[in-house]
Design a protein around this ligand. Structure first.
Ligand code: PXP
Length: 267
């Protein structure tokens, strides 16, 4: 008898289409155009991040995307009163709370769930009053999972950036972030141990969250090379992937980029 495997939801993060648009401050390319292509090529969800600095997705984009998306929209946002008010008006299918720092290039780590417990409590309560389910973007550790459960979140998204960085260091010819280059001269054995422990942390956190009744997503830095080990973790039911899909779409088109990733996500 085969074990029953759970379907993996693919959320495509389309922020980078707006990043390209903002490079010229014009209206092209429009992230709205990605919705149908993603839906037709295997995506299960659209993910966008309405940042406080509005560096890519703007309020108007979020509004149009939520109103017209054929797929559920997962809206990432900071724990900030003025943004949360906007999110409540926008009424997405889910809000994912993420840490935000103005000077960061991308979301660098998970929420400080212990340190921010009071602010998170108020924010989650407000979203719930507005019937918006909440996911918390956290580092893959048991303590953060426990805090998320105590805070009444429905879901956690485990930050896979650390795993992705180590994977890139081990395979230096593959896409990697600039700060990985400094660590490329670490011995291979050390990197392999680091990779194993990063994966063990993700799996351990995912299983614990699932045991507590939380839905488990994962994301950040996942690409066509490193996604397989995360797909293999049965406790994870959703992946949110942006950079690698949009990067591939430059060369092969968004339809192929989404369907290639979907094929890798099929368990
Ligand atoms: N999940 C969350 C919570 C994120 O903040 C991001 C980046 O915006 C992603 C997933 C997607 O990460 P990447 O663009 O590296 O695939």
């Amino acid at each position: 008898m085969q074990n029953e495997t759970r379907k993996l939801t693919l959320g495509v993060n389309i922020d980078h289409i707006a990043v390209l648009r903002e490079a010229r401050k014009i209206n092209d390319p429009d992230p709205l155009m990605a919705l149908a292509v993603c839906a037709q090529n295997g995506a299960d969800q659209i993910t966008i991040h309405l940042r406080e600095d509005r560096r890519h997705i703007h309020d108007e984009d979020a509004k149009k995307i939520i109103c017209s998306s054929p797929l559920p929209v997962n809206l990432e946002c900071a724990v900030d009163e003025s943004i949360i008010d906007i999110v409540c008006d926008l009424n997405p299918h889910r809000a994912t709370l993420v840490p935000e720092r103005r000077e960061e290039v991308t979301t660098e780590g998970g929420l400080d769930v212990a340190g921010q417990k009071f602010a998170l409590d108020i924010t989650i309560e407000k979203l719930h009053v507005n019937n918006i389910p909440v996911s918390l973007f956290i580092d893959p550790n048991i303590e953060a999972v426990e805090h998320s459960k105590q805070l009444n979140a429905q879901m956690v998204e485990l930050h896979t950036g650390h795993y992705a960085n180590i994977y890139a260091m081990l395979h230096s010819a593959l896409p990697h972030s600039h700060h990985c280059i400094e660590a490329l001269d670490l011995p291979r054995d050390t990197l392999e141990d680091m990779l194993e422990s990063a994966l063990a942390n993700i799996e351990h956190a995912a299983k614990h969250a699932q045991k507590l009744g939380l839905e488990v997503a994962a994301g950040h830095g996942l690409n066509y090379h490193n996604v397989h080990a995360i797909v293999a973790m049965d406790a994870i039911s959703e992946l949110n992937i942006g950079q690698s899909i949009i990067a591939r779409s430059v060369f092969s088109g968004l339809a192929a980029a989404v369907s290639d990733m979907k094929a890798l996500c099929d368990r």
